[in-house]
Design a protein around this ligand. Structure first.
Ligand SMILES: CC(C)(COP(=O)(O)OP(=O)(O)OC[C@H]1O[C@@H](n2cnc3c(N)ncnc32)[C@H](O)[C@@H]1OP(=O)(O)O)[C@@H](O)C(=O)NCCC(=O)NCCS
Length: 159
């Protein structure tokens, strides 16, 4: 079970409505086109897997994933800019894969901007493969940007 992970420094727990102020503060710093509060509220309301990661009681990362009929879809994975590149994104991603496994998902999918080199490297490093493209998926400063679709199997022992 992956109800709650407590590692040496990181505490991973389900997101709550009360977290949204801190989540949105990170979201607006981390993305040029951030999700709104309503989107996060909808994700919580419909029962998506929404998790936060804390260090020293400070919320510094979060992830949102839907799971249905054997497939999971990572919809958001975000680390506070001041805490990036120290292993937190990888830790939370692996946690989401464990949650997907707990929900009997066989495959996990996600979309990423082709310009998001750090995220692409993280996904390739953690066993995702690029499986396709969604044209004009994301808003961009000029026009729209495609999304790369990544997928990986969720198999016990390979997390
Ligand atoms: C993408 C993101 C989640 C990665 O989280 P992170 O905590 O910074 O990443 P980690 O420290 O766990 O690094 C894991 C791997 O990601 C890659 N990575 C992370 N930062 C990187 C960077 N600046 N440049 C290149 N690769 C990077 C590396 O492969 C790294 O493994 P390594 O340390 O063994 O080289 C984080 O940068 C982020 O929140 N970005 C803004 C929001 C976002 O773009 N989310 C993804 C949407 S699809």
């Amino acid at each position: 079970m992956s109800a709650v992970i407590k590692e040496a420094e990181f505490y991973v727990r389900p997101m709550q409505e009360e977290d949204l102020q801190n989540v949105l503060a990170i979201e607006t710093r981390a993305y040029d086109f951030p999700w709104t509060k309503t989107i996060f509220q909808d994700c919580l309301r419909v029962g998506y897997c929404c998790w936060v990661l804390e260090r020293d009681n400070q919320l510094i990362a979060y992830g949102v994933m839907s799971v249905a009929v054997g497939e999971s879809h990572i919809l958001n994975l975000c680390v506070h800019p001041d805490f990036q590149s120290i292993g937190i994104g990888r830790t939370l991603l692996m946690h989401l894969l464990e949650v997907a496994h707990d929900h009997n998902a066989n495959m996990t999918f996600l979309e990423v901007r082709p310009s998001n080199f750090a995220a692409i490297k993280l996904y390739l490093d953690t066993g995702f493969d690029e499986i396709g493209t969604r044209r004009n998926y994301y808003p961009a400063k000029i026009g729209r940007e495609d999304a790369l679709i990544f997928a990986r199997t969720v198999i016990t022992g390979e997390l």
